[in-house]
Ligand binder design. Structure first.
Ligand code: VLZ
Length: 134
């Protein structure tokens, strides 16, 4: 049985979101607002199908996918760069690779104890976030 990421998760800490946004070319004014946000994630997992809704007071982002099925991701409201995206399992980690103009772009989710971890990568930047169940 794979891990179940389903649920509502609130951000409790974030390291180097600024570096991640810089690597994506997010402008100064947007970064200034975005780095103070405490987003909430609602994850739905049913078999190989996932949806992840990230909501914040400023911008929100929704993505849905099936494990191993590549799709075109628009990153609307973020950096707007289109990517060919695929999410797979690496043991109990959910690993997303976002192929496009930016090198080494993607994210990894995993659960440790009662906390949800998210590592966001772009180029040389790594942002680590921790979420707790709402
Ligand atoms: O999450 O890729 O859970 O998409 C933050 C919105 C959303 C705040 C960041 C506004 C998306 C930022 C992170 C303005 C630049 C992400 C994936 C993994 C699912």
């Amino acid at each position: 049985m794979p891990v179940d990421f389903s649920g509502t998760w609130n951000l409790v800490c974030s390291d180097n979101f600024e570096g991640y946004m810089l690597a994506l070319g997010i402008d100064f004014a947007t970064r200034k607002i975005a780095k103070r946000l405490k987003p909430q994630k609602v994850i739905e997992q049913e078999g190989d199908s996932f949806s992840i809704q990230t909501t914040s007071a400023f911008r929100s982002y929704f993505v849905q996918f099936k494990i191993g099925e590549e799709f075109e991701e628009d990153n609307k409201g973020l950096d707007h760069r289109k990517c060919k995206t695929v999410v797979t399992w690496d043991n109990d980690k959910l690993v997303c690779v976002q192929t496009g103009d930016k090198k080494n772009r993607g994210w990894t989710h995993w659960i440790e104890g009662d906390q949800l971890y998210l590592e966001l990568c772009c180029e040389e930047q790594v942002c680590t976030q921790i979420y707790k169940r709402a």
